[in-house]
Design a protein. Sequence first.
Length: 324
Amino acid sequence: MSGMNTSLPAATLPTFLQPLGQGIYAVDTGFHRDQFDAAYLMVHEGRGAFIDSGTNHAVPRLLASLEVLGLACDAVDFVIPTHVHLDHAGGCGLLMQALPNAQMWVHPRGARHMVDPSALWQGALAVYGQAEMERSYGALVPVPADRVHATHDGMTLSLAGRALYVADTPGHARHHHCLWDATSRGWFTGDTFGLSYRELDTAQGPYILPTSTPVQFDPPALRASIDRLLSHDPQCMYLTHYSRVTEVPRLAALLKGQLDQMVSLAEQLRESPDRHEALKRGLLDIYADRLQEHGTALTRAQIAELLAIDLELNAQGIAVWLDR
């Protein structure tokens, strides 16, 4: 590849590559729809790191991002999934094949699943079904064990001298960690700090909602993890779904308020004979009411369509938590 160029004007970059400043780029992985799922590329002093990968189908975009920035594949030092759900880590194995010097750093509860993804595949298969797995994810590629390293809470990784602090952040999943970048004063949050889709932005700013995807949703742990992130006084959060958000204190209050509402709804519906559908209706009520307060022009039907995947997965995850 040619010499590195990280100062290209945004207009010359592919539409899927969003420069966020301070050497950070969001890569739209194209999963499900535009601006739904992001991987991040950090470039510092001629070295690179990917944080989350999206699915196998995202890998060409990740490699194209290196190409357009003039960063060689052998200049990528790290691939760091925030957790091993497949929209975050499904493409990691295929990506690692193209990055000869990259080492993977993953939560200790997720490391074995990167080396042998068979259990990961079976778990996702139970949620999504065979046809969806093949369409959306493709065959999972294992990562050689000598290239997979387990993080631990409080450790720091160094990308050419740029510190990335690792925090264990259970609540969405027990195999979840977040990364603090002091340079930008931002957390790479995976799913710990919820979901914020640009279609839901209004004049009041972005909207955010929690995600309780199966199977390890734990509301008290999630609240504690959110509070831990806030203790660093972040200026921004780099969400996988979707991209960077600011206004962190307002979003945190919105996130935790809805988390409380979701728990209350779940407890009310614990013994409901139609629990799954009742949970989906109740969740839609919560989100639609909050969005109306937020000034959205979307109808309830439009909100339901936009959040269809999240309503289904959040209801499933809440049910697993109730039964546990």
